[in-house]
Each structure stands twice: as C-alpha cells, then as structure tokens.
Design a protein around this ligand. Structure first.
Ligand code: IPM
Ligand code: MG
Length: 369
C-alpha cells in the first residue's frame, strides 16, 4: 500500500478534460490496489494568469515541490496571445520545469498495433516502431540569453542556444542508461556542422561512450534525423537530443504513430518528477469531448512504473488500453471508418470498465494474458 501526493495541474484548453480522464484511472488504481493517492489541483498557465495574474503562482510551485509527483495537462491558448513572452501560459510551464530542476524529458513513441492503419507511413516503412526520445529539458534555446532592441530599420530579437559540458553529461548519462536497458542503440542528434554548442554536445557524448561499451553510438544532424524518422523509423532506439530539437522531433515522431494525442512524457531531475502528455492545449477542441486522453493516461502509467515502482498497475493500464483500442474504440483524432468514435470521458470510462474485466481475468488466470 502506497501513500502519495500527486499534484494535478489541468492547465488550459483540453488540459482539464484529459486530466479528469487520467485522474479517474489513477483513482481506479488506488481503489483496486489499496493505495492512497491524494490528488490536489492547482492552477498553471492561462488558468493561473486569469485566477492569480501570473502563469506559475507561488502556491502552485510550493505544492509541486512538496508532492511526490506532478501530472500536467497542457497550457496556452489564443486568449493569452497578447501577453509578453515572460508572462505567457507557456512560461509558467517552463518556470515549473526549471524550478523543479527537471533536465530529462523522456518521450516514448510506440506503435499501438490496433492503430497501424492510421499511420501516415506505408506499412512496410513503419516496422515495429518503438523509440524513446530523451530530450534535454533545462537548457538550450529555451533558457538561453534573450532579448530585443530597437535598431535602425526596426527591431532585433535574439535567443541563444548554449550548453555546458556538465549539462550535456547529465542528460547523456541518462540516455546511455536507457539505451543499455533497451536495444543498446543510441542516436545523438545535433547540428554540429553549424553550431559550436552542437560540437561541444557531440564531443561530450562521444567521450562518454567508453563508459557504456555495450551501447552503439551514432550521431545524426537534425535535418537528416528528421528525414530518417519518416524514411526508416525502425532504425532508431533511443534518440538523445537538445531541448529545441527534441521538441520538434517528438511532434514528428508522434505523427508517425497516428496522433500527437497518444504520446506521454516523463520529466526527471533534482526535484519532483513531472508527467505530461506531449500535446498542446488544442483550444479549438476544448469542451467538445474531442480530446484524446491516451497521452495523459500513459503518462500516469509512466508515473506509476518509473517513480512509484508500481509495474503491475502500469501494465494493467497499458494492457487494458490495448484491448480497448483493439475493440475499435477511438477518439475523433484517431477515428477510422470501422472504428467506434467516442468522446474523451466516454473513452476513459470504457477503459475503466476494461480494467475491471482485466483484473477479474487476471485474478482467475494470472497476468500472463
Ligand atoms: C512540449 C510543448 C512545450 C515545449 C510548450 C508548451 C512550452 O511544446 O512540451 O513539447 O515547447 O516544451
Ligand atoms: Mg512540443
């Protein structure tokens, strides 16, 4: 029996809907396995700007710092577009990542067999796509020196990409360790033919390879990596890359498996770990029961497995989800002609029922089903 505090940050747009769905699954786990999960909710992003005037209120940060884990929906929306960069919903999320010392962001990209047909890639190219993107989360252009100034003829604005040896080492160590536990292939993605910061990145990652003799290291320039992802995604196992390149490549990889709504993520570092789907707030879908809760639900599974050591519970969620997809249930973003399209909360309810069935089945026949 575990007792945990998991702070919920629904955020904006479809964030509250996917978090409601994922929280229901967490409660189901707590109920069936006798855990006690406290799930307090706090505002972040646009919701926090509206309620408190800032995108990351002090109470929200403090609650996250004291919690065992954080589950986040999404932030942002056109309502707050006029806000300056430092006071946008997104800066609340970036400040939270920074305050919690989260420098690792893991984004697993796995093909769900029942969804093969909705991939935009031809079947023979898809293979058994199973990639883990390890994105640096606390440095690079997101947090570099920036500014703007008036010049003759208008204005100049700049953002800087910068990485230090220790920053590269800590994220690379994480990626090497992940690769050791998977297919032992590590692809480091950079732009070392143009950027000095990428040259340091490449040198540092290369010099660490002797510590991980079983891992086969390869380097790719980011433009080539983007192309290889659509040409032959199966060549990838663990992809290690910077904050900015990781942001871009993970959206691309998400499209390969059918929808950005499917991808979960986990962020680790020195403070409380944070779990969030990789999708945005999709304001045009908000309140329409059209959001895909799978990214948020799989983020919960990552939390249970990676942070709380609850592998059985995580397997339970993931296997039940595969069955729900195999039975043809689809949210609108992954709709298929023969599928049964259901809304966000309905999908979560079907999953909960399937989890019940799986549990009864496991109780009778064991987990090997
Ligand atoms: C993501 C998002 C965020 C990012 C935005 C909302 C700040 O795109 O998590 O991928 O760029 O990191
Ligand atoms: Mg992104």
């Amino acid at each position: 029996m575990l007792k945990k505090i998991i702070v919920m940050l629904p955020g904006d747009g479809i964030g509250p809907e996917v978090i409601r769905a994922a929280a229901g699954i967490l409660r189901e786990c707590a109920h069936e396995f006798g855990h006690h999960f406290d799930l307090p909710e706090y505002p972040l992003g646009g919701a926090a700007i509206d309620a408190k005037g800032v995108p990351l209120p002090a109470e929200t940060l403090e609650a996250c710092q004291k919690a065992n884990a954080v589950l986040l929906g999404a932030v942002g929306g056109p309502r707050w577009d006029a806000q300056p960069v430092g006071n946008r919903p997104e800066s609340g999320l970036l400040a939270l990542r920074q305050e919690l010392g989260l420098y690792v962001n893991v984004r697993p990209v796995r093909l769900h067999q029942p969804l093969r047909a909705i991939s935009p890639l031809k079947h023979d190219r898809l293979g058994g796509l199973d990639i883990e993107i390890v994105r640096e989360l606390a440095g690079g252009m997101y947090f570099g020196e920036r500014g703007s100034q008036q010049i003759s003829g208008g204005e100049r604005a700049f953002d800087t990409e910068s990485y230090s040896t220790p920053e590269v080492e800590r994220i690379a160590a994480f990626a090497y360790a992940r690769a050791e536990n998977r297919s032992r292939r590590l692809t480091s993605v950079d732009k070392a033919n143009v950027l000095i910061s990428s040259q340091l990145w490449r040198r540092t990652v290369t010099s660490m390879s002797q510590l991980y003799p079983s891992v086969r290291l390869e380097h790719l320039y980011v433009d080539n990596a983007a192309m290889q992802l659509v040409l032959r995604p199966e060549q990838f196992d663990v992809i290690l890359t910077s904050n900015m390149f990781g942001d871009i490549l993970s959206d691309e990889a998400a499209a390969l498996v059918g929808s950005i709504g499917l991808l979960p993520s986990a962020s680790f570092g020195t403070g409380t770990p944070l779990f969030e789907p990789i999708h945005g707030s999709a304001p045009q879908l908000a309140g329409k029961e059209a959001a895909n809760p799978i990214g948020a639900i799989l983020s919960v599974a990552m939390m249970l497995r990676d942070t709380f050591g609850l592998g059985i519970e995580a397997d339970w969620i993931e296997r039940s989800l595969e069955r729900v997809l195999a039975a043809g249930y689809r949210t609108p973003d992954i709709a298929e002609p023969a599928g049964r399209v259901v809304g966000t909360s309905h999908f979560a309810e079907i999953l909960r029922q399937e989890m019940q069935l799986t549990l009864e089945h496991a109780g009778r026949y064991g987990w090997g089903v």
